[in-house]
Design a protein around this ligand. Structure first.
Ligand code: FE
Length: 217
């Protein structure tokens, strides 16, 4: 049995649902075969069409961390938007044209005395509707297990050193709740536009394992 048996998942939100078989693929895992069989059955029974599957895959593939960067940059530049984002993530990102399909988006803000980091201890839940596919390390057993037990040490391995007097909060994602870290705005960015700010917001800083880029680097 796999991790996916432990809690209910929207399977459209997991990568096995959008890894179409390639003609040159020689070896398929058990779950790839299961996925292909399920897709073929759904198409055969007329539940979905091949065209709908293709369109969904293309939409999924078009989602990148740049979407999240725009959200964070706006939160940095616009205090009212920041408050709306913290109060209701889904509604706030929808203002920018980003739509969470079935999951609740919870934005958590880093502060001088508090740093947030995100994990899915059971499998790979991630705000895919906003950031796209998670990095492979996010899905690794090592990250999932260790970031809960020793978050400061794991972050240090990412080159992120959090002072001992800063509280570290680890957020465990679920099938229906996904987290977005709003990092602290770097110093020296007061004159920057939202587009310039967005360029500083890295994917990993929105997961909480690193900090945004510094201006001028
Ligand atoms: Fe998961």
């Amino acid at each position: 049995m796999t991790d996916h048996d432990h809690h209910d998942h929207d399977h459209h939100d997991h990568e096995h649902a959008h890894a179409p078989p390639q003609p040159d693929d020689k070896v398929h895992s058990y779950y790839q075969i299961l996925g292909i069989a399920l897709k073929e059955l759904l198409i055969e029974k007329g539940v979905v069409s091949a065209d709908e599957v293709r369109r969904q895959i293309e939409h999924r593939d078009s989602i990148t961390p740049a979407n999240g960067s725009l959200v964070v940059a706006k939160a940095w530049a616009d205090p009212a938007f920041r408050q709306r984002l913290l109060a209701d993530g889904n509604a706030a990102v929808a203002e920018l044209g980003f739509h969470m399909t079935t999951t609740k988006l919870v934005a958590v803000e880093n502060k001088p005395d508090e740093h947030n980091v995100v994990v899915c201890t059971l499998c790979s839940c991630y705000p895919r509707d906003l950031l796209g596919l998670p990095p492979s390390w996010y899905k690794s057993r090592a990250y999932r297990a260790r970031v809960v037990r020793e978050p400061r040490a794991v972050l240090a391995e990412f080159g992120t050193h959090i002072a001992d007097d800063v509280a570290l909060r680890v957020h465990d994602s679920t099938a229906d709740m996904r987290f977005l870290v709003v990092p602290m705005r770097p110093a020296g960015t007061e004159a920057m536009s939202e587009a310039e700010l967005a360029a500083l917001v890295t994917r990993d800083s929105m997961i909480g394992v690193s900090l945004p880029d510094q201006p001028g680097h």
